[in-house]
Design a protein around this ligand. Sequence first.
Ligand code: 5GP
Ligand code: ZN
Length: 168
Amino acid sequence: MTRCIFCEIIAGKLPARKVYEDELSVAFWDARPASPIHILIVPKLHVPTLNDIPDHDPLLSHLGCVARKIAMELGVADSGYRLFINVNRGGGQVVFHLHAHLVAGNDVGTFFIHAAIAGSVLWRKLIGLFRGKTRSPHRCLETEAVSGLRATTGPAGLLEKFRATLTS
Ligand code: 5GP
Ligand code: ZN
């Protein structure tokens, strides 16, 4: 496999401003944000494009669930956001490790969005300091399929199970 920037971020070899992480996925701020809010939601497995996900795979709904959760945390779930996946070069994909873009904040007063994000991040950091935690403790409400898999495999086996569904 050629060098993959997102695999390196997942492995902790490259820095990223993470906002969420669980056994299956990680989310972090885009290095070159196109909007006041621009988060990338990335599966931990190296899956090159959306076309490589089998039918009925629960990974996609898990990523959707993570996106929704982050939108709620950043306070844009009600005001609105866009969630999109670029597929292959013609679709604008540059990094060939599947990821969803969560963007928000362009159509509303940008200053207020920046202020709201800064306030929200600061507030969470303060709460984290008091609780002795550095990362937000939230987890995604999981699809039945994902929690069902975890019940049979345990957290360590969950990623392997998904690897198997992709290669079978
Ligand atoms: P694509 O065009 O493949 O759908 O989107 C790739 C995204 O990854 C772009 O928005 C780009 O700014 C972002 N990106 C590329 N390299 C890095 C990096 O090293 N760190 C982060 N956080 N984002 C990156
Ligand atoms: Zn990768």
